[in-house]
Ligand binder design. Structure first.
Ligand code: CDP
Length: 202
Protein backbone atom coordinates (compact mmCIF):
# COMPACT_ATOMS: atom_id res chain seq x y z
CA UNK A 1 0.00 0.00 0.00
CA UNK A 2 1.34 3.40 -0.98
CA UNK A 3 0.11 6.70 0.42
CA UNK A 4 1.22 9.62 -1.77
CA UNK A 5 1.33 13.08 -0.21
CA UNK A 6 2.01 15.89 -2.66
CA UNK A 7 1.85 19.63 -2.26
CA UNK A 8 3.76 22.92 -2.25
CA UNK A 9 6.53 24.04 0.12
CA UNK A 10 5.39 24.59 3.69
CA UNK A 11 2.04 22.81 3.32
CA UNK A 12 3.01 20.40 6.11
CA UNK A 13 3.79 17.32 4.00
CA UNK A 14 6.80 16.18 6.01
CA UNK A 15 5.08 16.55 9.38
CA UNK A 16 1.86 14.82 8.33
CA UNK A 17 3.64 12.09 6.34
CA UNK A 18 5.83 11.19 9.36
CA UNK A 19 2.81 11.12 11.68
CA UNK A 20 0.93 8.83 9.28
CA UNK A 21 3.94 6.56 8.83
CA UNK A 22 4.36 6.22 12.57
CA UNK A 23 0.66 5.58 13.18
CA UNK A 24 0.22 2.94 10.47
CA UNK A 25 3.68 1.36 10.83
CA UNK A 26 4.62 2.42 7.29
CA UNK A 27 8.00 3.41 5.93
CA UNK A 28 8.37 7.16 5.36
CA UNK A 29 10.20 8.32 2.23
CA UNK A 30 10.90 12.04 1.78
CA UNK A 31 11.55 12.38 -1.96
CA UNK A 32 12.37 16.09 -1.57
CA UNK A 33 15.35 15.09 0.54
CA UNK A 34 16.82 13.23 -2.45
CA UNK A 35 16.52 16.41 -4.57
CA UNK A 36 18.00 18.39 -1.70
CA UNK A 37 21.02 16.05 -1.51
CA UNK A 38 21.71 16.49 -5.23
CA UNK A 39 21.23 20.26 -4.81
CA UNK A 40 23.68 20.47 -1.87
CA UNK A 41 26.27 18.50 -3.85
CA UNK A 42 25.80 20.79 -6.85
CA UNK A 43 26.66 23.78 -4.63
CA UNK A 44 29.56 22.36 -2.59
CA UNK A 45 30.81 19.39 -4.62
CA UNK A 46 29.82 20.06 -8.24
CA UNK A 47 32.11 17.38 -9.69
CA UNK A 48 30.56 14.54 -7.67
CA UNK A 49 28.50 11.96 -9.59
CA UNK A 50 24.72 12.19 -9.08
CA UNK A 51 24.28 8.77 -7.43
CA UNK A 52 27.27 9.41 -5.17
CA UNK A 53 25.72 12.72 -4.15
CA UNK A 54 22.68 10.84 -2.89
CA UNK A 55 24.32 7.74 -1.42
CA UNK A 56 27.73 8.81 -0.19
CA UNK A 57 27.71 12.51 0.64
CA UNK A 58 26.95 13.57 4.18
CA UNK A 59 25.31 16.95 4.72
CA UNK A 60 23.80 18.00 8.04
CA UNK A 61 20.02 18.16 8.35
CA UNK A 62 20.18 21.94 8.82
CA UNK A 63 22.17 22.38 5.61
CA UNK A 64 19.77 20.15 3.67
CA UNK A 65 16.70 21.97 5.04
CA UNK A 66 18.16 25.45 4.42
CA UNK A 67 16.49 27.96 2.09
CA UNK A 68 19.59 28.03 -0.11
CA UNK A 69 19.46 24.29 -0.73
CA UNK A 70 15.65 24.33 -1.11
CA UNK A 71 15.84 26.99 -3.82
CA UNK A 72 18.61 25.10 -5.63
CA UNK A 73 16.63 21.84 -5.34
CA UNK A 74 13.66 23.49 -7.03
CA UNK A 75 15.97 24.61 -9.88
CA UNK A 76 17.67 21.26 -10.46
CA UNK A 77 14.36 19.38 -10.12
CA UNK A 78 13.59 20.51 -13.67
CA UNK A 79 16.62 18.67 -15.12
CA UNK A 80 15.42 15.46 -16.86
CA UNK A 81 18.40 13.25 -15.84
CA UNK A 82 18.06 14.27 -12.19
CA UNK A 83 14.30 13.67 -12.23
CA UNK A 84 14.58 10.21 -13.70
CA UNK A 85 17.33 9.22 -11.26
CA UNK A 86 15.38 10.43 -8.21
CA UNK A 87 12.16 8.85 -9.52
CA UNK A 88 13.92 5.52 -9.93
CA UNK A 89 15.50 5.73 -6.45
CA UNK A 90 12.15 6.69 -4.91
CA UNK A 91 10.51 3.64 -6.49
CA UNK A 92 13.34 1.46 -5.21
CA UNK A 93 12.89 2.84 -1.67
CA UNK A 94 9.27 1.68 -1.82
CA UNK A 95 10.25 -1.84 -2.87
CA UNK A 96 12.63 -2.54 0.00
CA UNK A 97 10.26 -1.93 2.87
CA UNK A 98 11.49 -4.67 5.19
CA UNK A 99 9.13 -5.07 8.16
CA UNK A 100 6.87 -2.14 7.20
CA UNK A 101 3.27 -2.68 6.11
CA UNK A 102 3.30 0.07 3.50
CA UNK A 103 4.88 3.33 2.41
CA UNK A 104 4.08 7.00 2.86
CA UNK A 105 6.00 9.09 0.35
CA UNK A 106 5.86 12.86 0.03
CA UNK A 107 6.90 15.21 -2.76
CA UNK A 108 5.48 17.03 -5.76
CA UNK A 109 4.80 14.23 -8.26
CA UNK A 110 4.38 11.08 -6.18
CA UNK A 111 0.77 10.39 -7.14
CA UNK A 112 1.13 11.67 -10.70
CA UNK A 113 4.46 10.27 -11.89
CA UNK A 114 6.32 8.15 -9.31
CA UNK A 115 3.29 6.04 -8.27
CA UNK A 116 0.29 6.87 -10.45
CA UNK A 117 -1.36 3.73 -9.04
CA UNK A 118 -0.88 4.76 -5.36
CA UNK A 119 -3.62 3.46 -3.07
CA UNK A 120 -4.30 6.87 -1.58
CA UNK A 121 -3.38 10.32 -2.94
CA UNK A 122 -3.48 13.42 -0.76
CA UNK A 123 -2.75 16.94 -1.93
CA UNK A 124 -1.82 19.10 1.05
CA UNK A 125 -1.98 22.82 0.61
CA UNK A 126 -2.21 26.09 2.58
CA UNK A 127 -2.17 29.78 1.71
CA UNK A 128 1.24 31.22 0.72
CA UNK A 129 1.10 33.53 3.75
CA UNK A 130 0.62 30.66 6.19
CA UNK A 131 3.30 28.59 4.46
CA UNK A 132 5.77 31.50 4.62
CA UNK A 133 5.05 31.94 8.36
CA UNK A 134 5.67 28.24 8.98
CA UNK A 135 8.96 28.37 7.05
CA UNK A 136 10.12 31.44 8.93
CA UNK A 137 9.29 29.79 12.25
CA UNK A 138 11.33 26.75 11.14
CA UNK A 139 14.31 28.93 10.16
CA UNK A 140 14.18 30.81 13.47
CA UNK A 141 13.83 27.61 15.47
CA UNK A 142 16.85 26.02 13.83
CA UNK A 143 18.93 29.21 13.64
CA UNK A 144 19.52 28.35 9.98
CA UNK A 145 19.65 31.87 8.54
CA UNK A 146 18.43 35.42 9.01
CA UNK A 147 15.64 35.64 6.44
CA UNK A 148 12.80 38.15 6.84
CA UNK A 149 9.13 37.24 6.34
CA UNK A 150 9.10 39.11 3.00
CA UNK A 151 12.12 37.15 1.74
CA UNK A 152 10.65 33.81 2.73
CA UNK A 153 7.27 34.76 1.21
CA UNK A 154 8.91 35.72 -2.10
CA UNK A 155 10.90 32.52 -2.06
CA UNK A 156 7.73 30.46 -1.54
CA UNK A 157 5.97 32.17 -4.47
CA UNK A 158 9.01 31.69 -6.70
CA UNK A 159 9.22 27.99 -5.82
CA UNK A 160 5.48 27.48 -6.31
CA UNK A 161 5.69 28.98 -9.75
CA UNK A 162 8.79 26.99 -10.75
CA UNK A 163 7.42 23.70 -9.37
CA UNK A 164 4.05 24.15 -11.09
CA UNK A 165 5.23 25.41 -14.45
CA UNK A 166 8.13 23.09 -15.27
CA UNK A 167 7.71 20.81 -18.26
CA UNK A 168 8.47 17.49 -16.58
CA UNK A 169 6.49 16.29 -13.56
CA UNK A 170 5.06 19.66 -12.52
CA UNK A 171 3.23 20.07 -9.21
CA UNK A 172 -0.32 19.26 -10.25
CA UNK A 173 -3.19 16.96 -9.27
CA UNK A 174 -5.47 14.43 -10.94
CA UNK A 175 -9.13 13.64 -10.11
CA UNK A 176 -8.20 10.88 -7.67
CA UNK A 177 -6.52 13.24 -5.14
CA UNK A 178 -8.16 14.34 -1.92
CA UNK A 179 -7.28 18.00 -1.36
CA UNK A 180 -6.66 19.05 2.24
CA UNK A 181 -6.15 22.72 3.10
CA UNK A 182 -4.13 22.99 6.30
CA UNK A 183 -4.14 26.83 6.55
CA UNK A 184 -6.30 26.94 9.67
CA UNK A 185 -5.26 23.70 11.30
CA UNK A 186 -2.59 22.46 13.65
CA UNK A 187 -0.82 19.27 12.45
CA UNK A 188 -2.89 17.07 14.81
CA UNK A 189 -6.12 18.21 13.12
CA UNK A 190 -4.87 17.59 9.55
CA UNK A 191 -3.44 14.25 10.67
CA UNK A 192 -6.71 13.09 12.14
CA UNK A 193 -8.62 14.00 8.93
CA UNK A 194 -6.12 12.16 6.71
CA UNK A 195 -5.86 9.19 9.07
CA UNK A 196 -9.61 8.63 8.59
CA UNK A 197 -9.24 8.79 4.80
CA UNK A 198 -6.45 6.19 4.88
CA UNK A 199 -8.38 3.97 7.33
CA UNK A 200 -11.37 3.94 4.99
CA UNK A 201 -9.18 2.60 2.21
CA UNK A 202 -7.31 -0.03 4.28
O1 CDP B 1 10.11 20.95 2.19
P1 CDP B 1 9.70 21.56 0.90
O2 CDP B 1 8.29 21.23 0.52
O3 CDP B 1 10.01 22.99 0.80
O4 CDP B 1 10.61 20.96 -0.21
P2 CDP B 1 11.06 19.48 -0.43
O5 CDP B 1 9.90 18.55 -0.41
O6 CDP B 1 12.19 19.18 0.48
O7 CDP B 1 11.60 19.56 -1.94
C1 CDP B 1 12.57 20.49 -2.35
C2 CDP B 1 12.38 20.78 -3.83
O8 CDP B 1 12.57 19.55 -4.57
C3 CDP B 1 10.97 21.25 -4.22
O9 CDP B 1 10.85 22.66 -4.25
C4 CDP B 1 10.76 20.67 -5.60
O10 CDP B 1 11.19 21.55 -6.60
C5 CDP B 1 11.66 19.46 -5.65
N1 CDP B 1 10.89 18.21 -5.58
C6 CDP B 1 10.34 17.72 -6.75
O11 CDP B 1 10.46 18.33 -7.79
N2 CDP B 1 9.69 16.52 -6.75
C7 CDP B 1 9.54 15.83 -5.61
N3 CDP B 1 8.91 14.66 -5.64
C8 CDP B 1 10.06 16.33 -4.39
C9 CDP B 1 10.72 17.54 -4.41
Amino acid sequence: MIVAIDGPAGSGKGTIASMLAEYFGFKYVDSGLLYRKVAAASIWAPSVDLQDAIYSMDFSKDVLRSEEVGARASEIAGVPQIRSLVTELSRRCAQNIGPYAGVVMDGRDIGTVVFPGATCKIYLTASPEVRAKRRLAYINRHGSGTATYEEVYENILERDSRDSSREIAPLTISDDYVVIDTSNEIPKESFSRIKKIVENIL
